[in-house]
Design a protein around this ligand. Structure first.
Ligand code: BEZ
Length: 249
């Protein structure tokens, strides 16, 4: 991974300590960023199964779903990659591009070859046609930068992280699942629907919201402004809880 945009983007601070065994020698330890919603998604360049990419350039003006898988040739990951490939049309409708990082590659194989061999198994067993990039990260630098390795769970493999990244390259959603639990990609698409809607309209989406259901008018909109802003109608349940039909339908 190249840190082209400068180390400061990725390193929150550097811990400097005197080495007690060597007078005059200082130990430097990078404290990597713990990424949060609203932060810029760190850029990187890397080899992938779809060729070499600059992450931000590859994202372009689309949304990105950057997810980690603990290892190639593992059962849960195989079903997940297949599911993402089979949801291709749903990602496309939302202008969202999946991209995958897996640090656990087949011993003795070049990481990118391990990814390519694994994709063949995914396609065969899941009835899929994987055409999104699997990223090579031999030194785990990308995984470290994104905080995808949770050392108290496993100090060498990633957990199942999901980062949804907006067209502004900022992080909109972060979820971490343990290695033993496959993700629910329908839920991730649901959140993208909410993110895309709430980016355009002054609404929020209530519990368990699904595309097509009523939305909440955000508190910043005064009640007297609701009829103009939301001409489809509204309901006042409490002065702080006002709903309106989904505005973009
Ligand atoms: C899996 O993908 O099946 C898996 C990977 C790492 C740990 C446990 C399960």
């Amino acid at each position: 991974m190249s840190r082209e945009r400068g180390l400061d983007l990725y390193v929150r601070s550097i811990d400097v300590q005197a080495d007690p065994d060597n007078i005059g020698v200082f130990l430097f330890r990078e404290i990597l960023m713990d990424l949060r919603i609203g932060d810029e998604a760190p850029n990187f360049t890397a080899n992938t199964t779809e060729g070499r990419i600059d992450f931000h350039e590859w994202l372009g003006d689309d949304w990105g779903v950057f997810m980690s898988h603990p290892a190639d040739f593992t059962p849960v990951c195989t079903t997940e990659i297949g599911r993402v490939a089979n949801l291709k049309e749903e990602f496309r409708k939302r202008n969202a591009k999946p991209i995958v990082l897996s640090v656990g590659t087949k011993p003795g194989m070049v990481p990118i070859d391990s990814h390519r061999e694994w994709i063949k198994d995914v396609n065969e067993t899941q009835g899929a046609n994987v055409d999104f990039p699997l990223v090579e990260d031999p030194n785990k630098e990308i995984a470290d930068t994104y905080g995808m390795i949770h050392p108290n769970a496993n100090d060498t493999l990633t957990v199942r992280s999901v980062f949804v990244i907006g067209p502004d390259k900022n992080i909109k959603l972060i979820i971490s699942y343990p290695a033993s639990t496959g993700r629910n990609f329908v839920e991730i698409l649901r959140v993208i629907d909410s993110l895309q809607l709430t980016a355009k309209y002054q609404v929020a989406t209530p519990v368990d919201w699904q595309h097509g259901q009523d939305c909440i008018v955000v508190p910043a909109v005064p009640t007297e402004d609701i009829p103009d802003k939301f001409p489809k109608g509204h309901t006042i349940i409490k002065e702080y809880l006002r709903t309106t039909p989904q505005p973009n339908l």
